[in-house]
Design a protein around this ligand. Structure first.
Ligand code: SF4
Length: 177
């Protein structure tokens, strides 16, 4: 029997390659939890595309709370940080903490995130944060660097093929500048 893994998903294009790479070894459950996304309309657009992919590829999807206020209060004072800086660390941490907590509640064996597929994000930083969240909740964090072996390029190819919406900014209001 395959181990169950809760996979934090931020958008459909970024979920493509991670899902394909994990699905043979794990029973993957996707978790869309992204209170960082600025604007309800943008949030719904990204969520809709993840739902479409989940139907198309037949994997279960859990949608987390869109608790924008909690996100803003977590990053208060870090608004002017550059992308990849301290604000992003808090943003990764908030999302991975919630994923670890839910993975434990669901009785999964591990959790992971698709965030490491982004060429703009450092996998080491995300993995360190994921590991700490896993230790806090007593659940294994699966380290990844999905951009490796042309992972990002492949995600662009699949997204075009499936006509998935791909945004041109990370997510929060501050990443739109
Ligand atoms: S730039 Fe992206 S990762 Fe960084 S805080 Fe904004 S949404 Fe989060």
């Amino acid at each position: 029997m395959k181990k169950r893994l809760l996979l934090h998903v931020c958008c459909a294009p970024d979920a493509t390659v991670p899902y394909q790479r994990l699905k043979d070894e794990y029973e993957v459950i996707a978790f869309f939890y992204n209170p960082n996304i600025h604007g309800e309309e943008e949030y719904q657009k990204r969520l809709h595309e993840v739902e479409r992919l989940a139907k198309l590829w037949d994997f279960p999807l859990i949608v987390g709370e869109y608790n924008v206020e909690q996100w803003f209060s977590a990053v208060r004072g870090l608004e002017d940080e550059p992308e990849g800086g301290k604000r992003c660390e808090v943003c990764y941490s908030l999302r991975l903490e919630e994923t670890a907590k839910l993975a434990k509640e669901l009785g999964c064996e591990a959790f992971a995130t698709v965030l490491t597929i982004s060429p703009h994000k450092k996998a080491e930083k995300i993995n360190a944060i994921g590991k700490e969240a896993g230790e806090r909740h007593g659940i294994a964090y699966l380290e990844s660097d999905f951009k490796k072996k042309d992972g990002f390029k492949e995600s662009v190819r699949i997204s075009r093929e499936l006509n998935l919406y791909r945004q041109n900014y990370c997510g929060c209001r501050f990443s739109m500048r």
